[in-house]
Design a protein around this ligand. Sequence first.
Ligand SMILES: Cc1cc2nc3c(=O)[nH]c(=O)nc-3n(C[C@H](O)[C@H](O)[C@H](O)COP(=O)(O)O)c2cc1C
Length: 168
Amino acid sequence: MKKIAVVYSYNSVKSAKIASKIADHLANFSVEKLNVENCTVKEFSIFDGFILSVPTWFDGELPNYWDEFLPALENLDFNNKKIALFGLGDQKNYPENFCDAVGILGDFFEKRGASIVGYTSCEGYDFESSRALKGDRLAGLLLDQENQSKLTDARILNWTKQLELEFN
Ligand SMILES: Cc1cc2nc3c(=O)[nH]c(=O)nc-3n(C[C@H](O)[C@H](O)[C@H](O)COP(=O)(O)O)c2cc1C
């Protein structure tokens, strides 16, 4: 059975709630939760795949806890590792940076050999630009609790079904 880590900040209440829902939907993997605020490189290395939670902060930036952890991962090889990303953002108040952090974090891991899985369609969103946009697809699941919370559960369900296939 594939070992998948759901990595998120236990202190980010909104993102943590979503991360738990996502973990609960993945029945076909051995799923563990990791707190990005205190996990070690050694813990990170044992998984086949990752689901990373990355809300966007500071007008298009990573939250501090990811900024602080990434230097420790800089020289690791993520070849043969699959990574899916989800991120909370606000397309109405930050239309030029909507969920940028999903793209920033995805680029970091892709540069180090990881395969990014869990791409989604832009349909149903209304924003001007996003670093999560790769061609005509989004490099992960973008969730907008401020403006589209009613769509979140269905988006999670579709995405986790997709991940059941793509992580295998
Ligand atoms: C100061 C501040 C800056 C933000 N910047 C962005 C942004 O650039 N892009 C975006 O999509 N959302 C942005 N947001 C919205 C957050 O990503 C959103 O509220 C999210 O739900 C936060 O999730 P968290 O509480 O789990 O960290 C910002 C919110 C705040 C308060």
